[in-house]
Design a protein around this ligand. Structure first.
Ligand code: C5J
Length: 217
């Protein structure tokens, strides 16, 4: 079995039961002038993941292992957006530079051009932070016989963390790639990654993408 040099211990996986998860690499979060930036965030902190993630996708696409992309967002009538979420995120559904913010079908809701899903890759739309809540994620992973997830995307302390915690509780082993996950807040990036691998890997493992690429090429 391939073993990736990871913290706190090597991460072993096999090509039959491992999938790549790419979380919320959406224009609303990553494009200059978009939703994320309009909240006062520096999108460069997320955009640093695009290069490494592109290289990882190139290597992963040469294998038979599944690729699952997620997108955070809501139906145009916001019927799947809990009032509490809307209260703390009043811009959701409002008209932004790239269409209605975090609304399915809008330009800003879709995945950035550089990392657009290819034919045969799975796209899961999610109304929450976690990729398991109110989605078909569990069923899809069962169908694909996936037991391990290599996790990438944004943002580290929000949707990546929530998804890794959900996956951990469901028995999946998660390897989070530090150079392929991003936060608007450098301190959250650092601590968020530390939290995953602390206490013997309480939520999973952490590594960098070249260590994975080396094992799958
Ligand atoms: C946030 C996400 N930060 N994808 N979403 O609201 O992390």
């Amino acid at each position: 079995m391939p073993a990736v040099d990871a913290r706190p211990t090597p991460f072993t996986f096999d090509l039959d039961t491992t999938a790549l998860l790419v979380i919320d690499m959406q224009r609303d979060f990553l494009l200059p002038g978009g939703f994320g930036e309009s909240l006062g965030n520096d999108v460069a902190r997320l955009r640093r993941t695009i290069g490494p993630l592109g290289e990882l996708l190139d290597a992963w696409r040469a294998t038979t292992m599944p690729i699952i992309h997620t997108r955070e967002g809501h139906k145009p009538d916001l019927s799947d957006c809990p009032p509490a979420k809307l209260k703390r995120g009043p811009m959701i559904g409002q008209e932004g530079r790239f269409g209605r913010i975090l609304i399915q079908g809008e330009y800003g809701h879709d995945i950035i051009d550089e990392l657009q899903p290819r034919d045969g890759e799975i796209v899961i739309d999610k109304p929450g932070k976690g990729a398991f809540y109110a989605t078909g994620m569990s069923e899809k992973l069962e169908e694909l016989n996936v037991r391990r997830l290599v996790v990438t995307g944004v943002t580290t302390e929000v949707c990546v963390h929530t998804t890794v915690r959900e996956a951990n509780d469901r028995g999946y082993e998660c390897l989070v790639l530090a150079d392929c996950v991003g936060s608007y807040f450098p301190e959250f990036q650092q601590v968020g990654l530390q939290m995953i691998a602390a206490q013997g890997g309480i939520f999973g493992w952490v590594a960098d993408s070249p260590a994975v690429i080396k094992e799958i090429q």
